[in-house]
Write a protein that binds this ligand. Sequence first.
Ligand code: NAP
Ligand code: 8YV
Length: 325
Amino acid sequence: MATATKSIAILVPGDLNKHALKRIESEFSIYRIVDGSASHVTPEMAERVRGLSTMVAPVSAELIDALPNLEIVANYGVGYDKVDAKHAATKGVMVTNTPDVLTEEVADVALGLLINTIRQLSAAENWLRAGKWESEGPYRLTPLTLRGRRAGIFGMGRIGRAIARRLEASGLSVEYHNRSRVKDVSYKYHDTLKGLAESVDTLVSVAPGTPSTANAVNAEILAALGKNGVFINIGRGSTVDEAALATALKEGTIAAAGLDVFADEPHVPQALLDAPNTSLLPHVGSASEHTRRAMADLSVDNLVSWFTEGKAITAVPETADVARP
Ligand code: NAP
Ligand code: 8YV
């Protein structure tokens, strides 16, 4: 395999998972640049690069245009909002992502984040570690409970369904909003996010970051969720108006929020750090060695399959019809 692909050059902008890097280095020829800026592309790279593998670096239209022989962009992650897939499609460039292999892992974290937000497990552990259990007594009773909650999922896709199964097993009712109804699930469907937020008290967002979801969770949606409302975001930070969320938490418009994702990572707005009743995680939904290795393998397998079999394994919808030149 490696001999067949060894002369093919893959460009890696920015950091990449170590296992993915090791495989690319052994199976292809590799160029590395510090980030996704097209200004780093040398004439030699422009001539030789046929594939690109990215984890954190954006892949803009400019970068794609700077690589005239580019055939495929392999995104490490199921969410590919940092890749201009529409532009790639117009240039006949394949884009792949890493669906399914991370679904259950991310759903586990969504549930953990929900429970932590509502039952304050991190704060209770800090209480114990600070010696307060001995000096001051038991940790306070939590004002919020999971019992009797009605959950709503914004984005009932692969991960949304895995979260829904966990919520059901925990005794919560489940409803959802997507642009289109999912045929093979029996959860109650809402054709608007507002309708969903009005109907539930626990909103879990696992929608992708796209122009159509930008700032979808805004002041109006948070008001509809209500005073007992809990908002969890495991999808993308761009789907939330973070300033409106911080205000809603501060003013008691909703009761609490748990966030794994932010609009401008790794920056977390001070207003969210200061907001009461929040559980904040540094984008760790898929971050186990097991799952990150599976994501790395799938992203590199896409490159190998493209250059040896002539087809991608997991093409994103925008480039599903792109064929190898
Ligand atoms: P998926 O199967 O494509 O599901 C996405 C769902 O969102 C679909 O059901 C889609 O339904 C819905 N959706 C898309 N645009 C919408 C809109 N404008 N309004 C309402 N619903 C919309 O993707 P997945 O594998 O479940 O992953 C979902 C997202 O999770 C990823 O894109 C990524 O951003 C995020 N993620 C986060 C982590 C983490 O570590 N925190 C890890 C993995 C993934 P319709 O097309 O019918 O609207
Ligand atoms: C990754 C993710 O952490 O798959 C996704 O969409 O958000 C995460 O699994 C991320 O893509 C790696 O940078």
